[in-house]
Design a binder for this molecule. Structure first.
Ligand code: UD1
Length: 420
C-alpha cells in the first residue's frame, strides 16, 4: 500500500478564523460508553477521523447498529452479540483497550489482544489489568489474547501508581454497573475524562469527582437513551495556534474551552505571541520571531505530551535555545531526525531535547512517524523555505479532522496526494 502525502509550499503567514473540531480523545471513550446503554445514544460533534471510524467498526462487529451523518452518530447497542474485539481492528489503535472496560461493564466478560496504535514507547496496559483484578475480574492470557471474566463486578478502592488516562477511563466504564462503590485515587484529571463522565451521568450513571484526582463511581442498574455533544479538541486547538506561531501569523480560533489549553497559551505567550481570549474565541498574533522557551510534559493540568512535538517544531525557528523534557512517553522524539532534514538543530539525550533556534527551515521530503510527530512536520513545512513533502500522513489522519482544509482556509498552500 502506498501511503498518502501532503505537499506544502512554505512561507505563508496563517491568517483568518477557523473552528476547532470535536475531541478525538473524548470521542473514543464516549463511543465505548454507548455499549453500556441497552438502547440508542446520539452523539454530536464526533470528529470524522480514522480512529473514530475504527472504534465504530468494532462496535458494528459487536452487533451495534451505527448510523452516521457528518459529525452526528446514532448508536443502537440493544443487540450486542459478541464480547471479543477482533485482533485486526485492535491492532490499529491503542485506545481500543477502552472498549474492554465497557464490554466488561455490560457483560462481565471481554476478550481482546494487546492493543496497537502509534509506536511512541512501551505503552503497557498493566494498570488497566491490575485495576480490573481489583474489581473482582479474573484475567487469563492465551496465545496473545486476554480474557477478562467474572460473575459480578464489585466496587473497590483503586489507587493508580500513575494517573493513566486510559486506565482511569477503563475503571469508570467497568464500574458503572458494579455492585457498590468504586473509588479511584490518583485518577487522571484530563478534560476528556470530565467529558466522558458528563456523558455517562447524563445517561444515568452516578459518578463524582471527575477533573480531580479522586473519582467515585456508585453502581447503578441501568442507563437511558440520551444525546450528547463531544467537547472540542484541545490538541487540535494547540496545533493550529502553533501553526500560526511558526508562520508569524494572526488567527482566531472558534474554541469554547480555552481553560483546557492554559499551559499551551502560557508557553505561546512566553514565546512572544499575543494571546487573547474572548467569548468562544482565542486570538493569537505571532511576533516576527518567536523566543525560545522550555517545556516539561506532565499529566493534566501540566503541559500535554501530545503538544510536545508540535510546540517543539515552532521552537526550531525561535531565537535562542529551548529545552524540552518528555516525562510521559519514552520514544516520543522520533520526529526529530525528520525535522533535522529541514535544517532544525536539535540534540537529544534521554528524555531531554535541546533545540537551538535557526533563522529559517528549508523544505525537504520527510516522513511522519506518529500522529503528533507528523503534525509537527506539517507545521515545519508551513514555515520552511520552498516545498516540503510529508509522507505517511495516514498517521496524521488518525487524529486531525480536515487538517489541510483548515490550514488552506487560513491561507496555507497544502495539498493532499492520496496513496493507492
Ligand atoms: C491518552 C491519550 C494520548 C495521550 C496520553 C497522555 C487517548 C486515546 N490517548 O493515552 O493521546 O498522549 O493519554 O496524556 O486518550 N502506562 C503504564 N501502564 C498502563 C497504562 C499507562 O505504564 O497500564 C504509562 C504509559 O506507558 C505512559 C503513561 O502511563 O508512559 C501515560 O499513559 P496513559 O495516560 O495511560 O495514556 P493513554 O491513555 O494511552
Amino acid at each position: 500500500m502506498k501511503m498518502s502525502c501532503y505537499i506544502i509550499e512554505g512561507g505563508r503567514k496563517l491568517q483568518g478564523e477557523v473552528t476547532v473540531s470535536g475531541s478525538k480523545n473524548a470521542s473514543l471513550p464516549i463511543i465505548a460508553a454507548t455499549i453500556l446503554n441497552k438502547g440508542i445514544t446520539k452523539l454530536y460533534n464526533v470528529p470524522n477521523i480514522h480512529d473514530t471510524q475504527i472504534t465504530l467498526e468494532i462496535l458494528k462487529y459487536l452487533g451495534c447498529k451505527v448510523k452516521k451523518h457528518r459529525n452526528k452518530i446514532e448508536i443502537n447497542s440493544k443487540n450486542i452479540t459478541k464480547k471479543e474485539i477482533p485482533e485486526h481492528l485492535m491492532n490499529q489503535m491503542r485506545s481500543t483497550v477502552i472498549l474492554a472496560g465497557a464490554i466488561l461493564g455490560r457483560f462481565k466478560e471481554a476478550t481482546f489482544s494487546y492493543p496497537g496504535g502509534c509506536d511512541i514507547g512501551a505503552r503497557p496496559i498493566d494498570l488497566h489489568l491490575s485495576a480490573f483484578k481489583k474489581l473482582g475480574i479474573n484475567i487469563s492470557e492465551n496465545s496473545g489474547f486476554i480474557t477478562c471474566k467474572c460473575d459480578k463486578i464489585i466496587g473497590s478502592n483503586i489507587d493508580l501508581d500513575f494517573p493513566s488516562v486510559g486506565a482511569t477511563e477503563n475503571i469508570i466504564l467497568a464500574s458503572v454497573f458494579a455492585e457498590g462503590t468504586t473509588q479511584i485515587t490518583n485518577a487522571a484529571m484530563e478534560p476528556e475524562i470530565v467529558d466522558l463522565v458528563k456523558c455517562l451521568n447524563k445517561m444515568g450513571a452516578k459518578i463524582e469527582g471527575a477533573g480531580t484526582n479522586i473519582i467515585t463511581i456508585k453502581g447503578v442498574q441501568q442507563l437511558k437513551d440520551i444525546g450528547y455533544s463531544i467537547m472540542q479538541d484541545r490538541i487540535e486547538a494547540g496545533t493550529l495556534l502553533c501553526a500560526a506561531a511558526i508562520t508569524e501569523g494572526n488567527i482566531t480560533l472558534n474554541y469554547r474551552t480555552p481553560e483546557h489549553i492554559t499551559p499551551i497559551l502560557n508557553k505561546l505567550e512566553e514565546a512572544g505571541c499575543q494571546v487573547s481570549v474572548q467569548k468562544g474565541k482565542v486570538l493569537l498574533s505571532a511576533p516576527r520571531r518567536l523566543k525560545a522557551v522550555d517545556i516539561k510534559t506532565m499529566p493534566y493540568p501540566g503541559f500535554p505530551t501530545d503538544m510536545q512535538s508540535v510546540l517543539a517544531s515552532s521552537l526550531t525557528v525561535a531565537k535562542g535555545t529551548s529545552m524540552i523534557i518528555e516525562n510521559i512517553f519514552e520514544n516520543r522524539y522520533r520526529y526529530v531526525p525528520e525535522l533535522k532534514k529541514m535544517g532544525a538543530k536539535i540534540t537529544i539525550e534521554g528524555k531531554t531535547a535541546v533545540i537551538k533556534g535557526v533563522k529559517k527551515l528549508s523544505g525537504a521530503k520527510v516522513k511522519s512517524t506518529d500522529l503528533r510527530g507528523g503534525a509537527s512536520l506539517v507545521l515545519a513545512g508551513l514555515a520552511a523555505r520552498g516545498t516540503t513533502t510529508v509522507t505517511n500522513i495516514e498517521y496524521i489522519l488518525r487524529g486531525y479532522e480536515n487538517l489541510e482544509q483548515k490550514l488552506t482556509e487560513l491561507g496555507a498552500k497544502i495539498i493532499k496526494k492520496e496513496g493507492d
